[in-house]
Ligand binder design. Structure first.
Ligand code: BJ8
Length: 424
């Protein structure tokens, strides 16, 4: 790896803490990913991306900024990357999956705030995230109460926060609100980039993101096979890298893995023996380096076959229709696609229940592990409804509530092992 210290210093990172973070994440990556057996060759690309996630990728982003392109940081899959690309911007995910800077974060947030929100504060306050520091605009969204209220303080810390309102109900009024917010966001992007969104530029943005999502769907479908050709950990990694990488290069790399996996399926090669217990994970998103639960599952002789999460199918399914002759019609098509996202902030949220059941069937899952972050009201509340609905359908469910610490890993492993025994 090249020496990027000068670049990190120019971004105002705390070099000592940042070096320590890279070392811990690098070690974790070795233990979790590189220790897996029989990985697809194509995962080498993702290993490289991860080794350079604060290096080469940030260098590329800085080069893009030098060319006048704007970097837009996001915390939610409701922020349409298509619009960012339509002004030739770069879209990056800012969610973090590690317990860092929490003490500082708790000066702004109550202790009983979910780890995802705390880490957004922690990473900023500890000055360890080059993505936050290189963002020209950070987009917050009024989703759960935690995020909505936290952005009021986050605004003062980052200084370049833009907040998007979001509906809470799948009604006509809700859809109209989403459209109004996307139109406003498009105007904001035009204002900061100095570029006008045209039919051509928006169609191009839609095409790039559709291709990225189509590649992820292709990868997901290959996991229907038994034996499964790729581990859940590696598939999750692709879902996480989805938020950082150059979209076109990412799409090509995922499609290359898919070619390899198709060959594996033909040759009956899998990462776990045929007939291994198959688990679907459902719930809150898992941001890098939050690999605790998948690591436990896949080191307990089971295999994860799908993710009903925003770092998974909730974030990548459904494409935007690109047939339209005006920017407004294209924005309508974007609204149609994003309005289908069944995040637990919506009430009621029957579509999510149907989607989980549909995924269980398609992926031939033997059981569902519902992952809820501690203090996450929407997903914790909904987990009870999910449990009831799945049990009614004869699908075994395990509800896990956890945070970013490793303290409960042993206890979770015991529960996961018992669950796997039950579904085997
Ligand atoms: S569309 S899941 S990315 S809001 S875990 S911060 S909900 S208290 S992340 Fe999300 Fe968008 Fe929905 Fe997806 Fe709040 Fe829960 Fe914390 Fe959460």
């Amino acid at each position: 790896m090249s020496d990027y210290h000068e670049m990190w210093a120019s971004l105002g990172l705390d070099l000592k803490t940042h070096d320590a973070v890279l070392e811990i994440v690098g070690k974790g990556y070795q233990d979790v990913f590189l220790s897996q057996k029989n990985r697809p060759e194509g995962m080498k690309y993702f290993d490289f991306v991860m080794s350079e996630v604060h290096g080469l990728r940030i260098k590329e982003i800085m080069d893009a900024k030098a060319e006048g392109r704007k970097v837009i940081g996001t915390f939610c899959v409701f922020v349409p990357e298509e619009l960012v690309l339509a002004v030739n911007g770069v879209c990056v995910g800012l969610c973090a999956g590690a317990e860092l800077g929490f003490e500082e974060a708790e000066k702004y947030l109550p202790r009983n705030t979910c780890s995802l929100i705390k880490s957004a504060f922690g990473f900023k306050l500890a000055k360890v995230c080059p993505y936050i520091e290189s963002s020209d605009l950070i987009v917050g969204e009024n989703t759960c109460d935690g995020k909505k209220k936290a952005y009021e303080s986050y605004k003062d810390i980052v200084g370049n926060l833009y907040v998007m309102d979001l509906p809470q109900m799948k009604s006509e009024a809700g859809k109209a609100l989403l459209k109004a917010e996307y139109v406003k966001f498009a105007q904001k992007l035009e204002e900061i980039s100095g570029k006008k969104i045209t039919v051509e530029s928006l169609k191009k943005g839609i095409e790039i993101v559709n291709n990225k999502r189509a590649a992820m769907s292709r990868l997901a479908k290959l996991r229907f096979a038994d034996p499964t050709p790729i581990s859940g950990l590696d598939a999750l990694l692709a879902n996480q890298v989805y938020f950082y990488d150059n979209p076109e290069r990412f799409t090509a790399s995922v499609n290359a893995i898919c070619d390899e996996l198709e060959k594996r399926i033909q040759d009956n090669i899998g990462v776990a023996p045929k007939g291994s217990p198959r688990i679907l994970i459902s719930g809150c998103p898992m941001a890098v380096p939050n690999w605790k639960i998948p690591f436990i599952i896949e080191n307990s002789n089971a295999i994860i076959v799908g993710e009903e999460m925003c770092t998974g199918e909730r974030g990548t399914r459904n494409l935007v229709k690109d047939q339209a002759s005006s920017v407004e019609e294209l924005i309508n098509n974007i609204v149609d696609r994003y309005f289908e996202i069944d995040c637990a902030i919506f009430t009621p949220n029957q579509n999510r229940l149907e989607h989980i059941k549909q995924m269980v069937k398609e992926y031939k899952a033997d059981g569902v592990l519902h992952y809820g972050l501690q203090f996450c009201q929407p997903y914790q509340m909904e987990s009870k409804v999910v449990e009831k609905e799945l049990e009614k359908a004869g699908i075994p469910v395990l509800l896990i509530e956890t945070d970013y610490s490793q303290e409960d890993a042993g206890q979770i492993k015991t529960r996961v092992e018992a669950f796997i025994e039950r579904i085997s």
